[in-house]
Design a protein around this ligand. Structure first.
Ligand code: GUN
Length: 300
């Protein structure tokens, strides 16, 4: 029987509705949660993501703005923008869109963002908090979104073999941090695979929960998947296609057609994990705003 397909759009809509309620509760106390996205350069993919982040903020009754800087921006100039945002009490969340141009060291920029405004969850303080299971930290939006999808579909992850393909700081490593924690929607035995892993398929075929985040279109094929596995595809690869209106199509890291014949539950691309990333970003921003006024919570 083909796999059930996870409806990421529906789950994301629900999360965004919860965020809007929390934002409205804060607004009653004169706090409008504010997110500033900083985009350096004109990477076409980043421009699309950034526009949707701003729109999503406004739809949730939050303040959302984008600072667009030229590709020639120096590291010092970008750090000065971050400093200004750190000091602005109306801005609760700061997101510097990655990747950055070559002249800028992304880790230096990430470390400059105040941890309490780091709604991306990339600052070492938040990375550490997530790793030790401290719920005060901001979990990175995409891995957290994956976990919320698993929860929404009632996946009992306790004791599962979770194999993550990809070791990026944005997805693979924090995904492992979340899934290895004790507690609901985690409690997995986690393996991280990457480009140097020997016999990759021997690992992926063991997985009860397979999470693909390697950035290579249709890399994971059905024959690499254990029958009945839950397959989560984090990939968003643009593949040229002259027949598509945009001139390209979005493809995941998983070969969907072959994988869905083997898996029990699978995310599509688009319409799967991608929608969750922005929803969780809004949620982190509302949390950041709530943390500036601890007495105020949704429904208060
Ligand atoms: N580039 C791709 N994904 C992300 C993300 O989640 N956050 C930031 N800041 N940049 C990205």
């Amino acid at each position: 029987m083909p796999a059930e397909i996870i409806d990421g759009a529906a789950v994301a809509t629900k999360v965004r509705a919860e965020v809007a309620i929390a934002a409205a509760a804060l607004a009653k106390h004169g706090i409008v949660p504010g997110l500033t996205v900083v985009l350096v350069g004109e990477d076409p993919g980043s421009m699309v993501y950034v526009a949707s982040k701003e729109k999503a903020c406004l739809e949730a009754g939050m303040h959302g703005e984008t600072i667009r800087l030229p590709a020639s921006t120096s590291q010092a100039e970008l750090l000065a923008v971050v400093d200004r945002l750190n000091a602005d009490p109306a801005i609760h969340g700061i997101l510097v869109q990655m990747p950055l141009p070559k002249q800028i060291d992304s880790q230096t920029v990430i470390r400059r963002i105040a941890p309490q405004k780091d709604v991306d969850g990339f600052h070492p303080v938040n990375v550490g908090k997530v790793l030790i299971g401290d719920r005060d930290g901001f979990a990175p939006c995409t891995p957290w979104g994956v976990q919320v999808l698993l929860e929404a579909y009632g996946v009992k992850t306790t004791g599962m073999e979770c194999v993550i393909v990809g070791r990026s700081n944005i997805v693979g490593k924090p995904m492992a941090s979340l899934m290895v924690q004790p507690g609901a929607h985690a409690d997995c035995t986690v393996t991280i695979c990457h480009s140097r892993t020997r016999d990759l398929a021997s690992h992926t075929k063991r997985a009860d929960l397979l999470i693909a985040a390697i950035g290579r279109a249709e890399f994971v094929t059905g024959d690499m998947i254990r029958p009945g596995a839950v397959v989560i595809d984090v990939g968003m690869n643009r593949v040229d296609d002259a027949t598509a209106k945009a001139g390209y199509r979005l493809k995941g890291d998983v070969h969907f057609e072959s994988a869905k014949q083997v898996a029990s539950l699978i995310t599509p691309v688009p319409g799967g994990v991608g929608r969750m990333t922005i929803a969780m970003l809004l949620k982190n921003t509302v949390r950041a705003a709530e943390m500036t006024a601890p007495a105020i919570r949704a429904g208060a």
